[in-house]
Design a protein around this ligand. Sequence first.
Ligand code: ROI
Length: 168
Amino acid sequence: MKKQNDNSNIATVYIGIGANLQNPIKQLKQALDTLNTHPELKIIKTSSFYRSVPMGPQDQPDFINAVCQLETQLSPLALLDCLQTIEKQQGRVRKAERWGPRVLDLDILMYNQEEIHQERLIIPHYGLRERNFVILPLDEIAPNLQLPDGTLITSLAENIEKQGIERL
Ligand code: ROI
């Protein structure tokens, strides 16, 4: 029998987007355009853009950050491949320097309520709880979102440092 309206395998995913080189606002817009036109992805919501001071080495430009909510039938690893392809298309070169500047960073923050510990992929994203440039935009679009352990995004947002980040 033909399946109709079967959305049981559609995942709700949150993606973090960051850039601090080569006109970062343009890089974010272009990445969102690419995500939006990808046949396997559907953008449901996008946060405002935020300007944030760099976490890590300070001798690099400020970042522009945002998050978006997507629906997809791609598996976590297929989605990771897709995001890494977009990063490469926009000229990202992986450098040896840890936490250095980048043209575009696309991170899977959450994939449904799943916890994934694989060599290539840790979900929820390992830095999520500590990074105001992730938590504040997430709180803007999904305050009621819960981490797999039940922590509410909005309670993380209440307690996070708000210096060094500005909503644009
Ligand atoms: N710092 C900020 N503010 N925003 C980022 O997206 C970001 N990404 C990174 C490092 C270099 C850790 N610092 C960042 O990868």
